[in-house]
Write a protein of this length. Structure first.
Lengths: 598, 373
């Protein structure tokens, strides 16, 4: 029996060096030979590489012979690095006993790092602080040290100074993992309880469950049950994770590994669920399971209605490795048949759209994202509205509530004024400030979620030269003065262009949205009148003048093939537009609201 | 009945807007003519069941050919292909290359139609377009052609030139009708890729006429020719009744045509092919007995229907019976809503089983095609 197990993860802001450090640890422990090193082995979807975000977590096992001459098994569990995925992060953390806190010596601590760190401290993890990139000329080790001490109350000498790039401090980190992080508590003679912290989908094997055994053991061939979903399956194969899956007869308390069951649908499998033994079931699940709730919603439609079934299939496949994506069919009078999708956050939405287009080759139209509103009607009922077009008529609405969040913004103090102004524009309520060190300030606000799902993050970045960082968590629902803003094209309301916004902004937005749409809708055969309306009241109007001339004058000589091809190209371009009534609307127009400068 | 086209790629200078295949080095001319002859002869067997009733010498500047060159070509054409006796036989002529004597000798040949590349009667316009002739020369050439006995004459004009005023264009039209030709082609200036003109545009040195002005000129042109009794039978073409260019109608009515010479396109037995552009390459291939085309495609059902509709709407319309018989398409069910919308808005009409665009529709023909067909 191997008691020399350490389960740990790395908490770091994007670009602070998590992947590079992981590479070093893998090399040092000869998990992979140096020459076979591909850069940043933990990020394997190319999308992730581009964005520098580890979207899906995985785990890998390292064998390390420590200075005390003992052999240790280190399980490194990867965590996603973005605010949208904090629940998934918390489940990965729950599978560990310790965490490396990696901070870029020139950037200092960022907001998400703080919130993930708090999650880790809540989960009782041992924190090993590491300052990375000390080789940089711009390194400000002293002030980063101060920030870390302020946050976790460690001693100066506990902080490891490292350069993942130059392989400085790697040994010290490995020793600290072995010496400071406690081994897992081994509880063997009790019924099985294993935590599901992630899953992936393999086209041949079905869903691969990543798990951490807390109690008991899991043998290949065992009949097991997922506690929350109640689904019974056979553990066809179990094992540990190196660069490839290593098949084992059994996994025991303390182990991190995988299980293959032949389940094909991810919705049967919930991150945070507990696996128990069907024959000898534990009575209680592990703590911490939460049903993840989507926060941001938008419509996804095929550009061409006949592709509806293809889109459904693509979403089904996408869902097999993204359990947090939810969707259901909906219809729009403008866009036809499509899906209303729920996402954890705006980034999750963008990634989903991009994957549909790139990995699944779908040509899609997406509508403006929105949050879920609680609408109290005059008849005393409460309905949840996640699609502006489903908003009851004004006359039937008593009042509307919208979700609020608490936001934490960490920023160099010089940008405080800019942030305050932005927060004010976005209906933010200031809560508090505190200083992490002389230069870095921690600002707390409460915001309507709807105000930050648009372009808040980009705005904040540009107002702070990229230095500020944001993290948020859901607070509660609050009453707000909200109205539904409709857009009419040639007199007909286009449901997919409706939005719900705060009354104080409605006139300005109506005007700006009309102007933007005028720029986005190309001239066509007939005049297009664009109107913004609240209820029956038109508040803004623009027109797109009809096309006056569009014909190639010359068609001599017999090269009609060339001419036909030109026409085919033009038709292709038209196909990418949505025909609503007699008006052709380019896809970008459905997101016009996102391009409005407030 | 099918058409015959011969491409003569030589010009005295290259006009800035021109994207036809034409060159100013004439050293290959003798070889080129031999090759044209060879190419015609090589197709004789393949075309033995086809009948032809139009011949068109285009370019380039075919009027640079000597009457004796043309005579040789006619001999080869008539002895190798079935050409009907009442054929329309056209030649393009640059006013800068013509004189009375040449016109008289052309008249001795089977040629019965001349198409003059006039473009404008205004010398400033001509200079901008880098034409080699003056407005006066154009007028004289046309009169000389009429004196020589030609009674089927076209002149080409271009509008929407940078800086051209509506007045200036109107004057061109008035000069044109006074000349009493049977046919006028009036097309708007196109900034074609690869021409010096588009280079100037990209450098910001010339600006195309704006859409509104171009439309006004076009509207004026259409109304003008209607008043003078011309039939507007294609986007840019106007003819006195009975003088529609039969050869160009072959292209526009999706009929067959065989073409010879560099860059020439043919459409026979559902195949379309286009010869290589470069004259040296053309000569090399013909001499070595290899195929001269560098593009060939089979016009299948889908392509054919697209072309039929595209060409039809640009010219005399879509014949509903042809759609039904040749393409098995019921116009009224397939294009019902589009047709209704277009007719309601005065962009198209349906008469005697033909669906065609009105002058208002012509102005936005490409948009109509791309949107509704
Ligand atoms: N100078 C320097 N650059 C580093 C160091 N560690 C990582 N980097 C660079 O920082 C960038 C982000 O590193 P990466 O490991 O991808 O960060 P991640 O997003 O946290 O996984 C990359 O360009 C790395 O080469 C270091 O110790 N020193
Ligand atoms: S004369 Fe005609 S073919 Fe020759 S360059 Fe000018 S426009 Fe082109």
């Amino acid at each position: 029996m191997d008691l020399n197990i350490r389960n740990f993860c790395i908490i770091a802001h994007i670009d602070h060096g998590k992947s590079t450090l992981a590479d070093r640890l893998l090399e040092k422990t000869e998990t992979i030979p140096k020459r076979e090193m591909i850069k940043q082995v933990l990020d394997d979807m190319d999308l992730e590489q581009e964005r520098g975000i580890t979207i899906k977590l995985h785990a890998i096992q390292l064998k390390y012979k420590a200075k005390d001459n003992n052999n240790y098994t280190l399980n490194l569990i990867d965590t996603p690095g973005h605010v949208d995925f904090s629940y998934e992060v918390s489940r990965s953390l729950a599978a560990c006993e310790g965490a490396l806190l990696v901070v870029d010596s020139s950037q200092g601590i960022e907001a998400q790092t703080v919130s993930n760190l708090y999650l880790a401290i809540d989960a009782n993890l041992t924190i090993i602080p590491v300052i990375n990139k000390i080789d940089l000329p711009s390194a400000d080790i002293e002030s980063v040290k101060k920030q870390i001490i302020e946050l976790i109350g460690c001693k100066d000498e506990d902080i490891i100074l490292a350069s993942a790039k130059q392989d400085i401090g790697t040994d010290q980190i490995l020793e600290a993992i072995v010496n400071h992080i406690p081994p897992p508590q081994v509880v063997e003679d009790v019924p099985l309880r294993a935590l599901v912290f992630d899953s992936t989908f393999d086209i041949y094997r079905g869903i691969i469950v990543y798990l951490r055994i807390f109690d008991g053991k899991l043998k290949a061939g065992d009949k097991v049950q997922f506690f929350q979903t109640g689904i019974n399956v056979e553990a066809e194969e179990v094992g540990t994770l190196k660069m490839t899956r290593i098949k084992k007869d059994e996994l025991i308390s303390g182990d991190v590994g995988y299980m293959i069951t032949g389940i094909k649908t991810v919705s049967d499998l919930l991150v945070g669920d507990t696996i128990i033994n069907t024959a000898n079931p534990a009575s209680e699940p592990l703590k911490g399971y939460k049903k993840v709730k989507p926060m941001v919603f938008s419509g996804i439609y095929p550009s061409q209605s006949e592709d509806f079934e293809n889109l459904r299939e693509a979403l089904t496949k996408l869902k097999t490795n993204d359990a947090s994506l939810i969707y259901e069919p909906e219809t729009s009078s403008a866009l036809g048949f499509g899906f209303r999708c729920g996402f954890l956050g705006l980034l999750h939405m963008e990634i989903t759209q991009e994957r549909l287009e790139r990995e699944y080759d779908q040509n899609i139209v997406t509508t403006v994202p929105n949050v879920e509103y609680k609408v109290h009607t005059t008849s005393g009922e409460v309905s949840l509205v996640d699609n502006p077009s489903q908003m009851p008529p004004i006359g039937e609405i008593d009042y509307i509530e919208e979700p609020f969040i608490r936001a934490q913004i960490l920023s160099p103090s010089e940008f405080m004024g800019n942030i305050m102004k932005l927060a004010n524009d976005r209906r933010g309520v200031f809560v508090s400030t505190s200083y992490l060190d002389a230069k870095k300030v921690d600002l707390q606000f409460e915001f309507p979620l709807s105000e930050i799902i648009f372009d808040f993050h980009d705005k904040m970045k540009s107002l702070t030269k990229g230095y500020a960082s944001l993290d948020y968590e859901f607070l509660d629902y609050r009453k707000s003065e909200l109205v539904k803003l409709d857009i009419l094209l040639n007199g007909d309301p286009v449901d997919a262009l409706s939005s719900i916004i705060h009354k104080s902004k409605s006139y300005e937005w109506g005007r700006k949205l009309c102007t933007k749409l005028r720029q986005l809708i190309p001239k066509q055969m007939f005049e297009v009148v664009i109107q913004a309306a609240i209820g029956a009241k038109v508040i803004a109007r623009e027109t797109v003048k009809p096309l006056r001339k569009n014909v190639i004058a010359k068609c001599y000589g017999g090269d009609i093939s060339r001419k036909r091809k030109l026409l085919e190209k033009q038709k292709e371009g038209k196909k990418r537009m949505k025909q609503v009534g007699s008006v052709q609307i380019p896809q970008e127009a459905f997101l016009a609201i996102l391009q409005i400068e407030s | 009945m099918a058409g015959i086209y011969l491409h003569i790629p030589y010009c005295n200078t290259k006009c800035i807007y021109c994207d036809f295949y034409s060159i100013t080095n004439h050293s290959t001319k003798v070889d080129m003519i031999d090759c044209l002859i060879k190419e015609i002869e090589s197709k004789a067997i393949e075309l033995k069941d086809k009948k032809f009733d139009t011949i068109f010498f285009g370019g380039g500047t075919p009027s640079l050919l000597l009457p004796s060159d043309l005579n040789k070509l006619f001999n080869v054409l008539y002895s190798n292909l079935n050409i009907s006796s009442d054929s329309e036989i056209s030649i393009e002529a640059n006013p800068g290359t013509m004189n009375r004597k040449k016109l008289e000798s052309f008249k001795e040949l089977p040629i019965n139609r001349i198409s003059f590349g006039v473009q404008s009667f205004n010398n400033a316009d001509l200079k901008f377009l880098t034409r080699i002739h003056s407005g006066r020369q154009a007028i004289d050439s046309i009169k000389e052609a009429q004196d020589a006995g030609f009674n089927n004459i076209n002149l080409d004009l271009i509008f929407a030139l940078p800086g051209q005023s509506l007045k200036g264009w109107e004057k061109n039209l008035e000069t044109a009708v006074k000349l009493n030709t049977q046919h006028v082609s009036a097309y708007s200036l196109i900034f074609e890729e690869g021409t010096p003109l588009i280079k100037l545009y990209k450098l910001g040195k010339v600006r195309p006429a704006d859409e509104e002005k171009e439309r006004k000129m076009y509207d004026f042109t259409m109304a003008f020719f209607e008043e003078y009794g011309f039939n507007h039978y294609e986007i840019s073409n106007y003819a006195k009744p009975g003088y529609e260019c039969r050869h160009n109608l072959k292209y526009w009515m999706h009929k067959e045509y065989i073409s010879f010479g560099p860059s020439a396109a043919s459409y026979i037995n559902d195949y379309r092919w286009v010869n290589v552009r470069d004259v040296n390459e053309y000569i090399k291939r013909i001499k070595s007995g290899t195929m001269a085309y560098d593009f060939i495609e089979y016009i299948d059902y889908d392509k054919s229907i697209d072309e039929y509709i595209m060409l039809g709407l640009r010219s005399t319309g879509i014949d509903i019976n042809i759609l039904r018989e040749r393409y098995k398409i019921d116009f009224f069910s397939k294009y019902k809503s589009a047709a209704e919308l277009l007719i309601k808005n005065n962009l198209a009409e349906l008469k005697a089983d033909t669906f065609y665009l009105t002058s208002k529709g012509y102005a936005v023909c490409d948009e109509i095609l791309a949107t509704y067909f």
